[in-house]
Structures are given as structure tokens and as C-alpha cells.
Design a protein around this ligand. Structure first.
Ligand code: FAD
Length: 483
């Protein structure tokens, strides 16, 4: 008698493009049935909809990498596009699958879609099960003593620390059973995720290798070479002192549990200061998701609605100068050009460029958030929005508005020899270190020697910082005492 064909299990990959510590995949393999791994390119309204242009570049390479890993198991990634529920319906019909598994996402549109899909599939007697994995702790579970969400980071961190060690990560499956018949996959090239003409991402691979293998390697290098000294060095943009894991985390090529696990048992060679500081940064990511989960409007509405009355200027020429790294303030311009060239910006410089946009130029933080979303390879709905609101002063536990970064002093403090500026602004490369963060103060002879003509080869400042600061504080005072 012919053996009955086993009903396959669908594993729906989303922002978890990895085999390691993947709870949905692990469960599918444990069921011992053929597994159909899929990725759905959803329409814009969903959490997995078209990403910003830089992250789309990353997604292309990440999907290729995941497919390669699956092929080692004689499996593969099936690419489909459309409304996720319709895609799943059609796939269930054509394959006879009775189970769909996925790891949870926590962006509000994604949650809404998943809830509906789960309900619909269960109504049709298809088992739909979701798993944790994108975060260390479920954002719905950590609450204050009063049962409300946390609004302040420090007590959130204490609660996170006090809630026990995150679970140990799961190893990648040894065997992934494959179906006898594969459903038709779309071609990755047809999704046109890569820029063509011009190819503005041509320098991305100077610094990035997307994919799970590269992420795990980077984690190991960081723990071996850079975790020690992390707290002291992490603020200096010319030094590679941080983990550089954020784009891998953003698309789930590595899990936070895997990262946390790599920092266990190191107390003999890494100081508690470095270790705790690094874990606290991972906890900031958790906090951002906690905020997004409990305040779904975070990416577009002021957390503190007093800021609704703030008088933004939104000068187009200023915004364009900021995006192109032509403000006349070298540390700001270097950051914006790093973003354009490599799809990333150092955390300290994100704070400086953000402060400059919001406070010196008085441009709405939402325009900065949107620009970062389109140009960062690590763009993340929670971390981007929460950090922009933090810089603006409109967010939960935010930096106060009156804390206005002076771009010259910040540059001199965190890029003292100007190495970062010289790397990203070649036209300033020969400038004397004394003036590298304030070329506008340099004597004519110094500029001439460095081959700089201010207003021609490099711009004069588009605003005077001291005057801009006063203007911003005045605007802030106007809303400060509002109810
Ligand atoms: P490490 O210093 O090695 O830290 C390890 C991990 O901790 C990071 O990969 C990241 O997941 C997390 N982390 C560190 N700092 C923060 C932080 N301030 N907030 C939340 N998580 C943090 N991070 C993003 O991942 N995506 C974004 O879209 C994003 N937008 C930002 C926008 C602004 C205006 C600012 C000020 C910060 C933003 N950040 C964002 C946070 C931070 O700049 C990056 O996470 C960090 O630079 C990533 O480098 P790393 O992986 O080497 O970090």
C-alpha cells in the first residue's frame, strides 16, 4: 500500500531570517513533518511591507543567505508576495499543509495582521502557532507594580534584570525535512530590492556582509576583541568599538538571546562595567519595543502631546543640506555622509545630527525619523522612533529639550583628532586638527594650506549655532508650561 503523503508544515519567516535560535523552525522540525520555509513580501500597510531603500538592499542579501543555509539541508526558501492571509490560504490549499508556524513580531501593523491571520486560520481548522524570539522578554509581561507599562528606562532595566536570565538560545536544527513537491517560488530578482541606476549602495559591502553566518562571526569577534573596553570606547565614532550587530538584529539574522548568551561566563576577562553596559544597550532595544507595544503611535505622534504645539520651521533648503551632509558643521556632515555611504551612523553621531536637525534647524523630528528609516540598514520601527523622540525631548524618559548639543564641542570631545571627519569629508582631510570641527574659525592661510575655499569646496555654516540655540529655547519655552 502506498505510504500516505505527510502534510507539510509551513514556517513563515519574517524578521527572523536565521536557522539559529528560531523557535518556530525548531518546533516544525520537532514535528518530524516536511517543512516549507516561506517569506512573504507583504504590502506597505503591514509590518513586513516594503522597507526603506537601504534595508531593502540588506533584505535581498539576507534572503539569499537564508536560502543558502536552507539548501545545505536540501531545503529552500519559497518567496511569495501579496496580502499574507491570501498568500497563506492559497499555499495551504495547494500543499495540504495543516500547520503554520511563525515567530512573533511586535510592530503594531504586524501584530494586527498576525492576530487576524491566526483567527482566520484557526476558524478553518489550520493550526497557527506563534513563538517568542525577537526580544528577550515579551513586552506585554513586564509591568510596573501598579500594572502599567514602564515609561522610564532605569526601573525598566531593573525589572528586566530582576525577571531572571533570558532563556538559553536554541541550536540550529540538524535536519530539516523537505516536501516531496515544492510550491512555486517567485524570483528574488523580480522583487527589485537592489538599487540599479545609480547604485548608491555600491560602498555598503566595504563594511557589511548580511546573513546569519556573518552575524554570528561578528558577535564572536566583538566578544573576543571589543567587549572589554566597550564602555569607554563606544562613544568615539572613528573607533570600531561597538558590536555593529544592529542591522543583523533588525532583520532577525541573530537573536538577542544568542547575543546575551555570548556574554555569559565572561566575568574573569571582561569587567562588570563593560558587560553590564553592553547588556543595558540591548535592554534599550527592549525598552523601545516596550514603548512601541504600549504606545503604537510612537513612530508618528509625540509621546508628550505638549510638543503638538511646537512651532517647527521645516525649511526645505536646510533639510536638504542636512540630508546631503552640507551644513557646514563637520561632525554633522560626516555623520550624514557615513549614513549615505555605508547605510549606518555611529550612535553618538546619530544623537548629534538628530539634535542639529530638531534644535538648530527646528525641523520636525518625524522628517528625520523618515529619512533615517529610508537610509539606515538597521532601520527599526521601535528603536528609530523611540530614539528620535528621545532626542526631540517629546518621548518617554527623553533627553530634555534644553539639552542642545553644540556640534563643535561634541566633535572636539568625541572625534578629537578629526579622524572620523577626515574619513567622510575628504575635502577637509588636510585641515589642521585645531580647526577640523570649526573650519569657519580657521585663518585664511590655514584654509588655503588645506586647499579649502569656504562656501565653495566646503559650505559655511547654514545657521549660527548660538543664535539657533536661543531660537529653539524660545520656541520650547512657548510650549513648556502648556497643560
Ligand atoms: P552596540 O553599542 O553594540 O549595542 C548593541 C545593541 O544594543 C545594538 O545593536 C542595538 O540593538 C542595541 N542598542 C544600542 N543602543 C541603542 C539605543 N540607543 N536604542 C535602542 N537600541 C540600542 N538603532 C537601531 O537598531 N535601529 C534604528 O533605526 C535606530 N535609530 C536611531 C535613531 C537615533 C536618532 C538614535 C540616536 C539612535 C538610533 N538607534 C537605532 C540606536 C543606536 O544608534 C544603534 O542601535 C547603534 O548605533 C547600533 O550599533 P551597534 O550594533 O554597534 O550597537
Amino acid at each position: 500500500m502506498a505510504k500516505a503523503v505527510e502534510k507539510p508544515v509551513i514556517v513563515w519567516f519574517r524578521k527572523d531570517l536565521r536557522l539559529d535560535d528560531n523557535h518556530a523552525l525548531h518546533e516544525a522540525c520537532a514535528l518530524g513533518k516536511p517543512v516549507i520555509p516561506i517569506y512573504i513580501r507583504e504590502p506597505e500597510s503591514s509590518g513586513n511591507g516594503p522597507l526603506g531603500a537601504a534595508q531593502a538592499w540588506w533584505l535581498h542579501h539576507s534572503l539569499e543567505a537564508l536560502d543558502r543555509s536552507l539548501q545545505k539541508h536540501h531545503s529552500k526558501l519559497v518567496l511569495l508576495s501579496g496580502n499574507a492571509l491570501d498568500v497563506l490560504h492559497a499555499l495551504i490549499k495547494s500543499t495540504g499543509a495543516e500547520t503554520v508556524l511563525w515567530n512573533r513580531r511586535y510592530d503594531p501593523p504586524g501584530i494586527a495582521i498576525d492576530t487576524r491571520i491566526k483567527h482566520e486560520l484557526e476558524r478553518q481548522a489550520v493550526q497557527a502557532q506563534s513563538f517568542a524570539g525577537q526580544l528577550l522578554h515579551e513586552p506585554s509581561k513586564l509591568k510596573t507594580g501598579a500594572g502599567t507599562p514602564y515609561r522610564v528606562y532605569t526601573p525598566f532595566w531593573r525589572a528586566l534584570e530582576g525577571s531572571g536570565e533570558p532563556p538559553h538560545p536554541l541550536e540550529a536544527p540538524k535536519k530539516i525535512a523537505f516536501p516531496r513537491h515544492w510550491p512555486q517560488s517567485e524570483s528574488l530578482a523580480s522583487w527589485k530590492l537592489l538599487p540599479a541606476k545609480p547604485n548608491w549602495a555600491s560602498a555598503f559591502d566595504e563594511v557589511w556582509t548580511p546573513g546569519e553566518d556573518a552575524a554570528l562571526e561578528k558577535l564572536a569577534d566583538f566578544v573576543d576583541d571589543r567587549l572589554s573596553g566597550y564602555k569607554k570606547d563606544r562613544d568615539f565614532p572613528s573607533v570600531t568599538a561597538t558590536s555593529m550587530l544592529s542591522p543583523h538584529l533588525a532583520l532577525g539574522e541573530i537573536s538577542p538571546a544568542r547575543i546575551w548568551d555570548a556574554t555569559r561566563g565572561l566575568s574573569k576577562r571582561v569587567s562588570p562595567d563593560d558587560l553590564v553596559h553592553f547588556r543595558k544597550e540591548l535592554a534599550w532595544r527592549e525598552f523601545c519595543y516596550h514603548l512601541l507595544f504600549h504606545f503604537p503611535k510612537l513612530p508618528y505622534a509625540n509621546w508628550n502631546d505638549r510638543f503638538d504645539g511646537f512651532e517647527w520651521h521645516n525649511n526645505k533648503a536646510h533639510f536638504d543640506a542636512w540630508t546631503r551632509g552640507l551644513t557646514g558643521y563637520p561632525i554633522v556632515d560626516a555623520g550624514m555622509r557615513q549614513l549615505w555611504r555605508h547605510g549606518i551612523m555611529h550612535n553618538r553621531v546619530r544623537m548629534i545630527t538628530g539634535s542639529f536637525l530638531i534644535k538648530d534647524l527646528m525641523i520636525d523630528w518625524r522628517r528625520g525619523e523618515k529619512w533615517f528609516r529610508d537610509t539606515l540598514v538597521d532601520a527599526d520601527p521601535a528603536s528609530n522612533a523611540a530614539n528620535w523622540q528621545w532626542v526631540a525631548g517629546s518621548g518617554a524618559d527623553a533627553s530634555p529639550f534644553f539639552r542642545i548639543f553644540n556640534p563643535v564641542l561634541q566633535g572636539e570631545k568625541f572625534d578629537p583628532d578629526g579622524a572620523y571627519v577626515r574619513e567622510f569629508i575628504p575635502e577637509l582631510a588636510k585641515l589642521d586638527t585645531k580647526y577640523i570641527h570649526r573650519p569657519f574659525d580657521a585663518p585664511a592661510a590655514v584654509l588655503e594650506k588645506a586647499g579649502i575655499i569656504l562656501g565653495d569646496t566646503y559650505p559655511k555654516p547654514i545657521v549660527d549655532h548660538a543664535a539657533a540655540r536661543d531660537r529653539a529655547l524660545k520656541a520650547y519655552n512657548a510650549i513648556k508650561d502648556a497643560a
